[in-house]
Unconditional design. Structure first.
Length: 436
């Protein structure tokens, strides 16, 4: 049950409760810590929406500010039961522990804040989805004048306690509610958010950052991270395949090959979040989508299609496609507005153009990059794999071509439909999967 705290629970000390969810989303927090990020536990399927209303909590919400926002951003989407369950999943400590222990993630954010200290010191910041408040605190430590730490999950209760315990209540104002609904009575200089889901866009949290940008960010303001790039590449993974499939050929001396069709169906039906290495990757990656957080629109993220053409660098069984992403932390002045989605040369992402080299070149803008690539140190995002039912044997230089469409599910916009068409060696295939 998504608990709506009574107003008297924590109405003082800078803590502001914004959420008026009417009913439970049926979310059930799993006991383990390794549930899928942002979708822990079961979710109700009826999709009936509970509306969250934006109650005014932080000082006077000026009519002028409201008018400005209405011009800049359309009315917020309703808060559905799926959203309620999603926020409920973030009330569990495990998911925050996992994210904070991901040093590549947390330290890159801290370094990005320090690198942009001159844009943050003395300025107003909004932290979209503050969780435990860690990024808000980094911003306060960097000298922010005021930080609005917004989260719709009950984790906001703990964030407020953490902020109080660190004597930062005068600087960091916790707003417990959806970014879409809370009210902030001023424009902000900086938006910070850790919004990236598996395959970058799973969870659909970027839409909330866009909304925050359109509601509050001053012209010329800073968004961290500033850019994101989603990549894909064909992979070979004989060990993984053998582990899940070949295993059935001989089980304690018994031929259980009859299990193979079911094993293939179950093992490879859904996208799989797991860690692979650079050795598994058969070709240079293809840029599926470049996102410029300063300009991207919500509409642009609803459905993304790209065509790819790879050439295998080796002879190997081709087991499926891997997806991963990186994000950059540029100021608005340095932000490359490069939306080139051509194969092999992902120009803003630091991959070299020479196919004989696997290493990344130094970033031309020296922007900080948080990478979840197979060749980089592992993160809690790992990589997302879409395996085929049967592998395809490819020769060196064999062409693999096709297209992929990633679209928000109509059932629940936080789910992602993946439509893959691919052809190689004269055979062509279509694969549909849903990341839920
Ligand atoms: C990936 S976590 C990041 C937490 C924290 N910023 C950190 O870096 O450790 C995302 C957080 O955003 C919150 N969130 C997602 N969408 C939101 C929205 N529309 N409004 C408010 N909070 C949101 C979730 O509840 C979750 O706590």
């Amino acid at each position: 049950m998504y608990r709506q705290p009574a107003m008297g629970d924590y109405g003082s000390n800078g803590y502001h409760h914004h959420t008026n969810h009417q009913h439970s989303g049926g979310g059930q927090v799993a006991a383990g810590h390794r549930g899928r990020r942002g979708s822990r536990g079961r979710q109700r399927r009826d999709g009936s929406g509970s509306n969250s209303s934006a109650s005014r909590v932080y000082n006077y919400y000026g009519a002028q500010q409201q008018e400005k926002e209405e011009e800049r951003a359309p009315p917020p989407p309703p808060c559905t039961d799926f959203d309620v369950a999603y926020f409920h999943s973030y009330a569990h400590v495990g998911i925050h522990e996992e994210m904070i222990k991901d040093r590549a993630r947390t330290e890159t954010y801290r370094n990005a804040i320090l690198q942009h200290q001159s844009h943050i010191a003395g300025k107003v910041v909004v932290d979209v989805g503050c969780g435990t408040g860690i990024l808000s605190i980094f911003c306060a430590q960097a000298g922010a004048k005021r930080v609005y730490a917004v989260d719709a999950s009950d984790i906001a209760i703990q964030a407020n306690e953490v902020i109080k315990a660190n004597n930062l209540s005068d600087t960091v104002i916790v707003l417990h509610g959806r970014v879409e609904d809370v009210e902030i009575d001023e424009e902000v200089d900086v938006i910070i958010s850790e919004w990236m889901g598996y395959m970058l866009l799973y969870e659909s949290m970027l839409g909330s950052v866009i909304r925050a940008r359109d509601r509050w960010l001053k012209p010329g303001g800073l968004i961290l991270p500033s850019n994101a790039t989603l990549y894909m590449a064909p992979v070979t993974h004989p060990d993984r395949y053998s582990d899940s499939i070949d295993f059935w050929r001989n089980v304690y001396g018994i031929d259980m090959s009859a299990m193979l069709p079911l094993a293939k169906q179950c093992a490879f039906e859904e996208p799989s979040v797991e860690t692979i290495s650079g050795e598994n990757v058969l070709t240079w990656p293809h840029v599926v989508k470049n996102v410029d957080c300063y300009t991207v629109s919500v509409h642009e993220l609803e459905s993304i299609t790209t065509s790819f053409r790879f050439q295998s660098m080796m002879r190997a069984p081709f087991h499926g496609f891997a997806f991963w992403f990186d994000v950059e932390f540029n100021g608005p002045d340095l932000n490359p507005s490069n939306n080139d989605t051509s194969s092999f040369n992902a120009s803003s992402n630091g991959y070299v153009t020479d196919p004989n080299q696997r290493k990344k070149r130094p970033n031309p803008n020296e922007a900080l990059v948080l990478s979840t690539a197979p060749e980089d140190p592992p993160t809690h995002w790992q990589q997302t794999l879409i395996y085929f039912y049967d592998p395809i044997d490819v020769e060196q230089d064999q062409v693999i071509e096709g297209s992929v469409t990633l679209s928000q599910s109509k059932e629940n916009a936080r789910f992602m439909n993946i439509h893959l068409e691919y052809a190689s060696g004269g055979r062509s295939f279509v694969k549909e999967s849903v990341m839920r």
